[in-house]
Design a binder for this molecule. Sequence first.
Ligand code: B12
Length: 204
Amino acid sequence: MADLNEEVVLKTIAERVKNGESSSGVLEELRGGMEILGQRFADGEYSLAELMMGAEIFRECMDMIEPSLEKNGVSTRGRVVIGTVKGDVHDLGKNIVAAMLRGSGFEVHDIGVDKPPEQFVEKIREVDADIVGLSCLLTSTLGSMRKTVSVIRESGLDIKIMIGGGVFSRGIESTVTRIEGADGFGKDAVEAVNLAKEWVTATP
Ligand code: B12
């Protein structure tokens, strides 16, 4: 993955999916490859074009993996609104979280990337969501994440706020307590699903 060898990556993933390997295991390995890719970009070894190519390969892999994630669907457990905060266009991680939540029986409304706080609030109201998930990959958009959480809180909605994304997983912002008003943090899609299940079960 990190060497951007598209042909080899796609062939390997296709075989592993065909062999019925665990989707989340394969995804975590791909994510590891993206970490290395990001590091090479940070070190000046890769250009933005190479970063984009990595994202494209990842997306193609997701297209193969997603159908097996969706298989375990049960009846609707709860409604989730998810999106990437204003100023940030990274969406690969958010898409995985959305797919895994869907696969676990949640009704997911993905509002996309670069979304201002007001659009989260609007969608939460429209679909009467139980949970909102905010994704953030850039250190520079952490302020945007904080603002989104505070606008949602100020709107008076009865909603659980889940935050995540590379900016947290990379350890830059390791604890949820630094984002006042958020209810929980998921380091990856599995944690996101566990948190969501916990919250809906706890709802009287
Ligand atoms: C792919 C990529 C891109 C692609 C994004 C394509 C896309 N459609 O998403 C492109 C090329 C567009 C891009 C652009 C940029 N990028 Co970029 N990018 C990456 C890279 C290599 C991988 C990110 C990724 O998709 N990882 C794979 C996914 C699966 O992992 P994930 O996002 O972490 O998601 C998992 C968890 O975090 C969690 N999660 C995610 N969202 C959520 C939400 C909730 C609610 C929960 C609970 C959990 C959760 O679950 C996911 C699954 O396990 C990272 C490197 C890295 N180490 O992260 C850099 C990186 C994030 N980018 C970086 C930078 C600097 C940029 C640019 C500013 C570059 C530029 N000069 O223009 C722009 C910014 C554009 C913008 N305004 O957003 C830096 C950020 C540094 C920093 N400290 O802020 C990084 C770290 C690279 C680096 N080391 O320098 N990028």
